[in-house]
Design a protein around this ligand. Structure first.
Ligand SMILES: Nc1ncnc2c1ncn2[C@@H]1O[C@H](COP(=O)(O)OP(=O)(O)OP(=O)(O)O)[C@@H](O)[C@H]1O
Length: 321
């Protein structure tokens, strides 16, 4: 093996296959690097490591790195639940934030026509989207994440009167917006299995769905219904998240399980879908959400639970790209 072959093998391992085979001419090594989906920090770190390694190859005196960001199609990740109030919006906001922190270019859509809450969760209540070329331009939420909400299209209290086509059109306006270089839309779905859900799976074909449930049996039965809607439409299941799992007492720290334990994990097993993890019932999660400061944006005690789930989702997205 030549020194160049040896470096090429190390380069593939270092970049996870993102680099072209290195070429050397007159002492200058040229490499093309696909930086699509990497954060600025990751790009700079990778570029520095490549340069350092390249200059150790005998005869190489200079390195030229051409960075290309392949434009990938916008994929949709639907966050759904069988029933309302189980924390689907909380998970959507925190997942968008955690995926963004992993270097994925996310946009967030609040498709919950009956109770849009993302503007509050992502601290963008004072913004109004404008239209350009008949398409909406997203507003900016926490950490600069672009987002659009049903609340931007409909006056509070009027949405409940909407039926199939109107709701479907509104959803399309949110999805077919100017999402810039976003590669993933996290879509907070309305609870249940109604018109919006059908329009979503038929027209917008999500790349995958995450189902949220609380540990109670009844919620799990509803979750099973949501799973079957996506299954019937051929939308792959990313997995099931158990929210409000175990109550951490803010005074003594003791964790109790008012709704039982392990139900969601075993339901995921019964449905042959991955179990992505559990988020505890914690006052801090509710109060930070109400304040427009998603826990996943910080380093607090509950950020880790959201980040662990985001890592599994990111692995799934990578494996199915
Ligand atoms: N893990 C948690 N710990 C504490 N409070 C939580 C947790 N998850 C969600 N909540 C709170 O529960 C309430 C409902 O959560 P959320 O709005 O995310 O649910 P949802 O499933 O999106 O509801 P809806 O069906 O109304 O859209 C909110 O007040 C939220 O702050």
């Amino acid at each position: 093996m030549t020194d160049l072959d040896d470096f090429a093998a190390r380069l593939t391992a270092l970049t996870d296959g993102r680099a072209s085979p290195p070429r050397v001419r007159d002492g200058v090594m040229t490499i093309a690097l696909d930086v699509g989906g990497l954060s600025m920090e990751q790009r700079d770190g990778l570029a520095a490591a490549i340069r350092e390694g390249a200059l150790t190859v005998p005869g190489v005196t200079d390195v030229r790195l051409a960075m290309t960001a392949e434009r990938r199609a916008l994929r949709i990740l639907a966050i759904a639940s069988g029933k309302g109030g189980v924390g689907k919006s909380t998970l959507s906001a925190n997942l968008a934030v955690a995926l963004h922190r992993l270097g994925i270019r996310v946009g967030l859509v609040d498709a919950d026509i009956y109770g849009p809450s993302q503007a509050k969760l992502m601290d963008s209540e004072d913004q109004k989207p404008v239209a350009r070329d008949k398409k909406l331009v997203p507003v900016t939420g926490t950490l600069g994440i672009p987002m659009l909400s049903m609340a931007h299209l409909v006056e509070p209290g009027k949405a409940l009167a909407w039926r199939g086509p109107m709701a479907g059109n509104a959803l399309s306006q949110l999805i077919d917006a100017h999402w810039g270089d976003a590669e993933l839309l996290v879509v907070d779905m309305p609870p249940g299995t109604g018109d919006i859900q059908l329009s979503m799976v038929q027209k917008h074909k999500p790349a995958g769905a995450v189902i949220v449930s609380t540990p109670q049996d009844l919620a799990l039965i509803d979750a099973t219904r949501a799973v079957s809607l996506f299954n019937q439409a051929g939308v792959p299941m990313v997995g099931l998240v158990e929210n409000m799992a175990g109550y951490a007492c803010p005074h003594c720290g003791e964790v109790s399980d008012p709704f039982g334990q392990g139900g969601a994990e075993s339901t995921a097993g019964d449905l042959s879908m991955p179990f992505l993890g559990r988020i505890p019932l914690a006052i801090d999660i509710r109060s930070r959400s109400d304040a427009g400061d998603p826990p996943a944006a910080g380093e607090g005690p509950h950020a880790g639970a959201f980040h662990a789930i985001a890592r599994k989702v990111a692995d799934w997205l990578k494996a199915t790209a």
